[in-house]
Ligand binder design. Sequence first.
Ligand SMILES: [Ca+2]
Ligand SMILES: [Ca+2]
Length: 777
Amino acid sequence: ILLLILTLLWLTPIKASIRPSCRCIIYDDTFGKEYGVFTSPDWPIPYEDNIDCLLYTFIAQNDHIVEITFDEFDVQKSSDTKIPLTTTTTNSNNIDFGCDHGDYVKLFLHLNNNNNNGIDETTKYNPPLLCGKFPDIEQTHFSSNSILIFEFHTDWRSGNNTGFRGTFRFLKKAMFRTDGQLISDTNCDYRFDHESLQLTRTMSHSIEQQQQQNSISNIESNNNNKTKYWVGQRGYFFSPQYPSTYPKQTKCSYRFQTNDPNQRIRLLFVEVSLQRNDQSCISNNDVIQIYDGIDSNADLIQQICGQIAFLEILSSTNQLYVEFISPPNTPQQQSAKGFKAEYSFIPVTSLIHSGTLSLLPFTPPLMNYFPFGSSYASGIPYPWLTANNQTNIRGNFNEKNNSDIIGGIDNISSSSTTISSSNNIHSSSASSCDRWFSSELHPNGTFTSPNYPEPYPTQIRCSYHFVGHGKQRVQVIFMDFDVHKVEDQHRDCEISDSLTAYIVTNGQKEWIDDFCGQELPPRIMSNGHRLTLEFKSFNRYRSKGFKASFRFVTNFGIETGRQDSKSVCGFVYNSTETKRGHFTSPNHPGLYPKDTECHYFFYGNITEKVYIQFLHFDVEGVTPCTLETASDYVEFSNVYTTDHRVYRHCGLKHPKSIESDGDFFRVTFKSNGRFDGTGFKASYEFRYSPSSSSSSSSLSPSLSMDNNNHQQNENINENHQKSKTIKTMKTLSSSGQSNILSTNNIKLLLFFNIFLSIILMNIDYCCSTLLSSLTNI
Ligand SMILES: [Ca+2]
Ligand SMILES: [Ca+2]
């Protein structure tokens, strides 16, 4: 009854203001089921022409939001205008993909409950209009308040299209509440101040000392002790209106700090869905910036743009600052969902000691927050809850592995009986062959195979875990390598003794390479602050194993230029400092790390131009090196952000030479999360060039190729492709299906487990629906 009264309150204004020609269907109940169902008229029989305006109105209780998901979608598209993913020109005219001249679904996601005048022709809808078929349209949509309306419009043209079928449900708003303290007079600036109880207990006798270690927090708690807002050890924070689309002109901040200098802040960006385009973060409007300190003056350690899942950030101190920016005055673009992130305050000791580290990477969601059981987490299941040990970074030493450790090994056998439980790694790790390297303790060092330089034992499996923080990457450089390789199996270490490298991508452990034989492997770099190497041996061969050095680097293995603290990976080359030199891709000559973006800024004198020549080029990708071709690329620009022309290069062809238009030049390297190469090495030179714009045409899309190198490149190419194929297969087999599943697919799967309730479709006037509801009372 309460629901209906609320319904009545909202409906009255809605009814008053809609177009008279609009008919209305209301969904305000799922009748005890998790989901309700809606369809287009006569579905799956093709819908009629000239429907003009049919309003689907979803009304939740005041403290709920509405989620709708289209499971089937086939709406006539009158024009085939397709917006290219390479939005080098962000033209707002293309936003509706040509739907506005035909049949469409028009979404109203941000209707306000309080001063609600319903919708009319002037109500702002949420672009884009939906028409066509999957994957042209986004499947799932959320309201920001308790009402969601969409208009179904069909024109006079017949198309024999079946329309749509979808499900809706109501979600508690509390699921998406940011746990921090909203700073007064701000829209979305939050603080997350955490008080370590342990510290308070142990240090209560020396408050002065405590103040020294964390002045800001304590000054406030002294002045204002009673209203001090402490957050828990763990919680969530969200972009505004999440999971609905975030508003333009947004600037939010999230400041984390703890009074315990021996705690770190760990963030896990569970889902990030910002404007999807094909630009590097430096040219992107909407961006999340993460600073390793109390505010934006601290070092920038991460920039997130586009779409990504399960990205982990670790602070290097007890403070962390996050900014989310969606600037004003940007052209109207497709709206995006924003982000969902989890924070936690963790003791440094958990980064140093192996046992607690295994709890570290991922914590389960706050189950109670999700009203419909454990599997719901805004569309993405938590992979560590479902994954087996092999795809789980935690499962580095499961029981099966433990039983592989047999006697006769000096530093292992004595303890093999104590390694009985995977939960008990902590206590026994010191005597197993697993090793943990945290940058909190070891900024660099060396490690070896067991017994090195004596032959390593048979039947072992050892893991070497590296955990950095901030923007640190782990770099491993091999010094000696002799691991028994089974011949006949060309370039395949699968059945040989081997050393295998894994990183974490999208929250999953991912294979990057493995090594065997006697050839010294190239240097390795992680894509983030974690890296795991696994060494395994089978039979009795007398190979001595390996020795390698590791270091946690913040310069991405780029040895030249001056690093710019305002970029995550930015290097400045100034003509006043050096006139010529070299620069390389990260980790060169090793494989470049995945998911990495680096910028090289060249500043010349006013009379100079920048001249660049590539000496080596291997950037995995296919022309035109775009998002659609899933390519890594090297991009050139004559301005700091976005050039009006974008010149990209990928593959093995390299430009012979490139000259800037003027005294500034930017080179950007960007790699994605799949496949890699050895990157590039290039020389640069600032050349005296007094007359401007005379030779700007040298930077043309069809850059000349060095013919001498061409033949050589072809050969390299062949070998390269071979190894790529092997890598592809391995990646697929090791990472399993879960990596391939998109959010939408996972959602579809979920539906198989859900009991659907079907609501009879009443195509009727709003008021008569309401009347019949009232009659039911
Ligand atoms: Ca039509
Ligand atoms: Ca790639």
